[in-house]
Design a protein around this ligand. Structure first.
Ligand code: E4P
Length: 221
């Protein structure tokens, strides 16, 4: 398939602009906690983010009943055509996902911590499923196992092709490498991790050496 996609996991406009300028950002994920860090109107923020990227922009619902989720999600979907409604993994969430699917509204099922939760969301019709790798690692489980199991399960069934595995709660560059090795379709990460992925001490050392040699040669003339 196509190369692994990178989403920025932030609601910070300046960070999103920076990542997009690097040419490697395929979309954005937000959540209530990321939104709380920047504040203002969530709708205005989403509109601005949707104007910065053509890729999917996840907007998370707050309601915990299916009717509430559906009405919040419909409002988000009116903001821009690239909005994806983020819905938590609950039975109400599943109902909302299947109703959104019938209406042609894309969804990202969030707070997934097991392969079964991911399978349920995919079957209900989610376009993205978000296993939280870092939060599992935080409690001494192996978050990457969920990504690996889902990627393997997806290989067995053609009818899960509407759904992409989005490795979320990414904490460091190694999580990104491993997600790609497992075959996750997308990894969403803070700008810090995206930047860390460009770094290697030998790169910095090499640049300094090339500069030093260049000015030595120029100075010698
Ligand atoms: C998922 O899309 C979430 O926004 C995010 O990845 C959660 O990450 P955290 O565990 O670092 O809060």
């Amino acid at each position: 398939g196509s190369a692994v996609k990178f989403f920025l996991d932030t609601a910070d406009i300046a960070e999103i602009k920076t990542g997009i300028a690097w040419g490697v950002v395929d979309g954005v994920t937000t959540n209530p906690s990321l939104y709380a860090k920047v504040g203002g109107s969530y709708e205005e923020l989403l509109k601005e983010i949707c104007g910065l990227t053509k890729g999917p922009v996840s907007a998370e619902v707050i309601a915990d009943d299916a009717d509430g989720m559906v009405s919040e999600g419909r409002a988000f979907a009116k903001i821009a055509s690239n909005i994806v409604v983020k819905v938590p993994m609950t039975t109400a969430g599943l109902e909302a996902i299947s109703r959104f699917k019938a209406e042609g509204i894309k969804t990202n099922c969030t707070l997934i911590f097991t392969a079964n939760q991911g399978l349920m969301a995919a079957k209900a019709g989610a376009s993205l499923i978000s296993p939280f790798v870092g939060r599992l690692d935080d409690i001494s489980e192996d978050g990457m196992t969920v990504i690996r199991e889902l990627a393997e399960i997806f290989q067995h069934y053609d009818d899960l092709e509407h759904c992409e595995i989005l490795a979320a709660s990414i904490r460091h560059p190694r999580h990104v490498t491993e997600s790609a090795l497992c075959g996750a379709h997308v990894a969403t990460m803070p700008l810090k991790v995206l930047e860390q992925m460009t770094k290697h001490p030998l790169t910095d050392k090499g640049i300094a050496q090339f500069k030093a040699d260049w000015s030595k040669a120029k100075g010698g003339k």
